[in-house]
Design a protein around this ligand. Structure first.
Ligand code: C2E
Ligand code: CA
Ligand code: CA
Length: 562
């Protein structure tokens, strides 16, 4: 292929000489022989036959005009044929008058008949081939084959040049993809899919025609636009979908469009393009939205969440998740003492540093990873309880948080029994904390499972009580041993004296149901004194202690529980 040859002429190029006069053919062959391979055709028709057959071989055509099939007809055929267009044509003529016409037919150069200086002729032909090869090499890598748009690499390069040329013009980056394009290709075939892409590229081309901007094509069905800023793109998808109807017929072609408005030109174009595409992706499952606008905060959050999910499996294997223990103090006696602790998980990651559960618990609940994490925590908790019993002779009750998602695991109860019994831990020292809202959301499934856990001898603690609005009469049906007053009440009681009344009421309610009350998030002496006075049994909070790492917790229990 001519394109793959280097343009320094180390390989002999091929010239097709077309002339109906034998003598002209001979003269030209003699001139060219040393420098080129020469093919000959004696009229337009023969020239076209050779061209169509050997297009790959031929690097340039020298064309006579007045022949049985006119040279101009050959030029017309060439104009219609993409492949032939990449071959330069030089017209050899003595007639000055037809030059202009030939130019319009796409001729690249002229050589005057009769032939004069052979060296000049050879040099001109060489230069023309060189020029064409450089151009077509560039064209080939610059453009997407199907749509003839800039490919992604060149798009980014020209986007940068666009910035340099118009430094003060605010600009937007857009990524436009066809929804379910893969499916369309599978269902309706490659041909229609290709056609769609070509039509979309033309439509988008029209969109930016009257504006400052450039259009490019990424892989798949994604197009990119970098153009002068516009406040609103909400019309764009409708325009595209409507204009496409002609090609797409019954197929409902819809788009997802990501817009990164007012791009900061100092940000690398790779990053800008990636962010814009990721923005478009955020609506791939949301059929109510067609245009998504890049927003740095959201984007960073999304990326960070994905990173956390990716890191999870290895983190669990490497025991990056650490159990912390927050002591709970009995207060209805002369001197408060530690009676138990809540297990709170911490992720200490070499990559992200300290990650708080507020950041990852919800995240892992949405993708099923929480099950693995909580299983690990339940197992570890039982193992620690065993080790404290063995090392210090202490049976320290622990409360383990169970995610609402865990409840639906088929063998949950058996699993818990397994962890606890195999470590020789008393089941009644093993507390399961489950948030009140889990009961409220789906009490029909949740209550029987919690009941089963309780029937097997474990203790149940209703967490965040008062935040989930379970009605008082349904409370009577809930299986539980401990009510944990929602931290929000403790926070609010300093601001609003009425809240104190509510707290008292919850404590009395629990007493009426033979349950123990725990207040969490207690930070001040005033809060502590009020709760003690109101009859609250247990307190957990910074007032006594923050959640502690293993070594500190062990130190504390050996000092205070013995
Ligand atoms: P939660 O179960 O309501 O846990 C109480 C949260 O309050 C803990 O936050 C604890 O560190 C914090 N806290 C304790 N005392 C005070 C205080 O005096 N003042 C203030 N401002 N905060 C206090 P943490 O550890 O960040 O946990 C947040 C939530 O993450 C927990 O809320 C729980 O829903 C979840 N979580 C933590 N560990 C686990 C776990 O092992 N499994 C599951 N499924 N969820 C967990
Ligand atoms: Ca809890
Ligand atoms: Ca809580």
């Amino acid at each position: 292929m001519a394109n793959s040859k280097s343009s320094n002429f180390s390989v002999k190029r091929t010239v097709l000489v077309v002339d109906d006069e034998e003598i002209n053919l001979e003269i030209m062959s003699t001139i060219l022989e040393d420098s080129f391979n020469v093919l000959k055709a004696s009229d337009g028709k023969e020239a076209i036959d050779i061209l169509l057959k050997e297009e790959q071989k031929i690097d340039i055509v020298l064309l006579d005009i007045f022949m049985p099939m006119d040279g101009r007809d050959v030029l017309r055929v060439r104009q219609e044929n993409k492949k032939l267009k990449r071959i330069p044509f030089i017209v050899c003529t003595s007639d000055k008058n037809i030059e202009e016409e030939c130019f319009h037919l796409g001729v690249n150069d002229f050589i005057k008949k009769p032939y004069e200086n052979p060296d000049i002729i050879v040099a001109r032909i060489k230069r023309m081939i060189e020029l064409y090869e450089d151009r077509s090499i560039l064209k080939e890598v610059e453009r997407d084959k199907l749509t003839n748009l800039y490919n992604i690499e060149f798009f980014k390069k020209y986007a940068k040049q666009f910035d340099d040329s118009f430094p003060n013009l605010p600009k937007d980056m857009l990524a436009i993809s066809i929804n379910r394009f893969r499916l369309i290709t599978e269902l309706y075939g490659r041909e229609l899919a290709d056609k769609l892409l070509i039509v979309v590229s033309n439509l988008l081309g029209q969109c930016i025609l009257n504006r400052n901007g450039l259009l490019g094509k990424d892989t798949g069905s994604t197009f990119l636009i970098y153009c002068e800023h516009q406040d609103d793109y909400s019309e764009l998808p409708g325009v595209l979908t409507r204009s496409l109807k002609e090609v797409s017929g019954d197929i409902n072609v819809t788009f997802m469009i990501g817009v990164y408005p007012n791009v900061d030109p100092s940000i690398d174009k790779d990053i800008v393009v990636e962010r814009t595409k990721a923005t478009a992706d955020t609506i791939s499952n949301d059929f109510t939205k067609v245009v998504a606008i890049y927003n740095q905060e959201n984007q960073e959050k999304t990326l960070h969440r994905e990173e956390l999910i990716d890191a999870f499996t290895q983190a669990l294997e490497e025991e990056q998740f650490k159990l912390y223990f927050q002591p709970k103090y009995q207060i209805q006696c002369d001197k408060p003492f530690i009676s138990s602790a809540e297990v709170l998980i911490r992720w200490i990651s070499p990559k992200f540093g300290f990650v708080s559960p507020g950041e990852f618990i919800n995240l892992f609940e949405t993708n099923g990873l929480i099950g693995k994490l909580d299983a690990y925590i339940m197992k570890k908790s039982a193992e620690y309880m065993r080790s404290w019993k063995e090392k210090y002779g202490l049976e320290v009750p622990l409360s383990i948080n169970l995610s609402r998602v865990d409840i639906y695991r088929p063998n949950l109860v058996e699993e818990i029994i397994g962890y606890v019994d195999s470590n020789d831990v008393s089941r009644d020292k093993y507390y399961i904390e489950i948030t009140e809202s889990a009961f409220v959301e789906d009490s029909e499934s949740v209550v029987p499972i919690i009941e089963k856990i309780k029937e097997n001898g474990f203790k149940i603690e209703i967490d965040d009580f008062g935040s989930g609005y379970s009605s008082f009469n349904s409370l009577a049906d809930l299986p539980f041993d401990v009510l944990k007053i929602d931290m929000g009440f403790i926070r609010a009681m300093d601001r609003n004296p009425k809240v104190k009344g509510i707290i008292k009421m919850i404590i009395n309610l629990a007493k009426a149901m033979d349950a123990i009350t725990v207040a969490e998030g207690v930070e001040t002496k005033e809060q502590y004194e009020f709760l003690k006075e109101s009859g609250c049994d247990v307190i957990q909070g910074y007032y006594f202690s923050k959640p502690l790492p293993l070594n500190e917790f062990e130190e504390l229990i050996t000092k205070e529980m013995k």
